[in-house]
Ligand binder design. Structure first.
Ligand SMILES: [Zn+2]
Length: 466
């Protein structure tokens, strides 16, 4: 493949889209497999590109993206005019930094204006995402863009070969523990079985584990997807049962996992681990470094990650700040200098693994733990998935969960529409499941607004004061 071809695939992936790239029609779809394999192989090379070379690619993608939204949306056209920016003269990513940072609150304020509707009949869908801020946001996503921004990026672990990718795309080999975000794009095509409402304590039950073993053996070799905490508990059970399972890869989702736990999962199962950093709005931000498991390499081919300080200025390397993302492939709901509400830092120096993509250390989600009456700690990020089971995101404008005592939590809700008694019951049930049956008093209050915490940031979860 020539350099020109590689750039073309990344800048104009749609030239290689085929009309049969439709959710529900991807499994064993030869055109789709060829597309993903090609893109996957481009990524295997671009990860070694020098920074200047990568920035050229980013400028091309950014320019194309900005042209698209300015031509298809009066709102974005006006926005750029207001900032005195002429998209036609956009030629370098350094110009990007002149644009204002958009916080989640600002985006909420703008409402549906920020969506960009394409003139073609491309399929799209809406999703509510909340992340760590507690402000549910509706995003419009074009399915084919989403596929291109997802499938090839799953396989950014150097242990993956073409054959793995082809096998994965050719059959239903996914078993899911819980309902991670990947479910939406995978379930119609690649999922063999989902254990949708699995809790940590379920996994202590030998009968539940046997059922999971059965499904894995039925579809083996499988790729296991799930929340990190569920997978970790499951693998402890596998070790206890001295079970050998046909699992060739495991994708960890959502909650933070220590590198020791992650290594334990790899050692017991022998699987290739997919550990990515992602957010619902921005998609896959980075992938775990094979040398330094606590850090992530940024998917620079599809986005720019900036870290800024409290004054909105770019931080020095190794200095912690807020994560700001500009994604080139979110054409339905543009993400341009969007503040994610999470923090982290860029790491200096060349990475020992040889990959030249920026190395990033995520700090946002650690330490936010819910402490159960028994003293057991649960990660608050998991909580988000349980309350979304109760559709809290779709029913609220904002919410916050505050742990006041070891046996008491308060949920403040700014409702989108009237909250019925059955909505409340649903929420309480989802939470009791999350608390693994331990007795917690749940107070629900309805409010007009929820103020941000220190530093003006909104938080979905406020932990108990130490
Ligand atoms: Zn590395």
């Amino acid at each position: 493949m020539t350099e020109g071809e590689k750039i073309e695939i990344l800048v104009y992936p749609e030239k290689r889209y085929s009309s049969d790239f439709v959710l529900g029609n991807l499994c064993g779809n030869k055109n789709f497999i060829d597309f993903v394999i090609l893109y996957f192989n481009v990524l295997r090379e671009t990860q070694f590109w020098e920074r200047g070379h990568m920035e050229e690619l980013q400028s091309l993608r950014l320019k194309k993206f900005l042209d698209h939204i300015v031509n298809n949306s009066r709102f974005w056209n006006d926005q750029f005019k207001k900032q005195g920016i002429d998209v036609n003269s956009f030629h370098s990513i350094s110009q990007l930094y002149k644009l204002p940072v958009l916080t989640r609150e600002m985006v909420m304020e703008l409402g549906e204006e920020i969506y960009v509707e394409r003139k073609d009949q491309a399929a799209f869908s809406f999703r509510y995402s909340s992340g760590t801020t507690g402000l549910p946001l509706k995003t419009r996503t074009y399915e084919q863009d989403f596929m291109a921004a997802t499938f090839p990026y799953y396989f950014r672990n150097p242990k993956f070969e073409d054959d793995h990718v082809i096998d994965f795309l050719s059959r239903r080999s996914v078993v899911m523990l819980g309902k991670p975000g990947d479910m939406r794009i995978l379930s119609n095509d690649f999922v063999h079985y989902i254990f949708p409402s699995l809790t940590l304590s379920d996994l202590d039950d030998g009968a539940v584990r046997s059922e999971i073993y059965e499904k894995i053996e039925e579809a083996g070799p499988v790729m296991l997807f799930g929340f990190s905490s569920l997978i970790l508990r499951f693998v402890h059970g596998v070790q206890e049962d001295k079970k050998k399972l046909p699992i060739y890869a495991i994708k960890l989702s959502s909650d933070y996992i220590s590198s020791d736990d992650r290594l334990f999962i790899e050692e017991i199962t022998g699987a290739i681990i997919i550990n990515v950093l992602s957010s619902t709005g921005a998609g896959m931000i980075g992938f775990e470094c094979s040398r330094d498991l606590d850090k992530f390499h940024v998917n620079s081919e599809r986005l720019i990650l900036e870290i800024i300080d409290g004054d909105g200025l770019k931080t020095e390397l190794d200095e912690e700040g807020e994560m700001i993302v500009t994604a080139f492939d979110r054409t339905g709901t543009p993400m341009i200098r969007r503040a994610l509400g999470d923090s982290g830092k860029m790491v200096s120096g060349r990475c020992g693994c040889g990959v030249k993509l920026p190395l990033f250390e995520f700090r946002g989600r650690q330490g936010d733990e819910i402490i159960l009456p028994s003293g057991k700690k649960l990660r608050s990020v998991m909580l988000y998935y349980f309350i979304n089971e109760a559709k809290l995101g779709a029913r609220t404008r904002q919410y916050q969960i505050h742990q006041e005592n070891p046996d008491r939590i308060k949920i403040s809700i700014v409702p989108r529409e009237h909250f019925t008694v059955s909505n409340e019951v649903e929420l309480r049930l989802a939470l009791s499941k999350f608390f693994e049956g331990e007795k917690m008093i749940i107070d629900i209050e309805y409010v007009k607004n929820i103020s941000p915490g220190a530093g003006g940031k909104y938080h979905m979860f406020v932990p108990m004061k130490k």
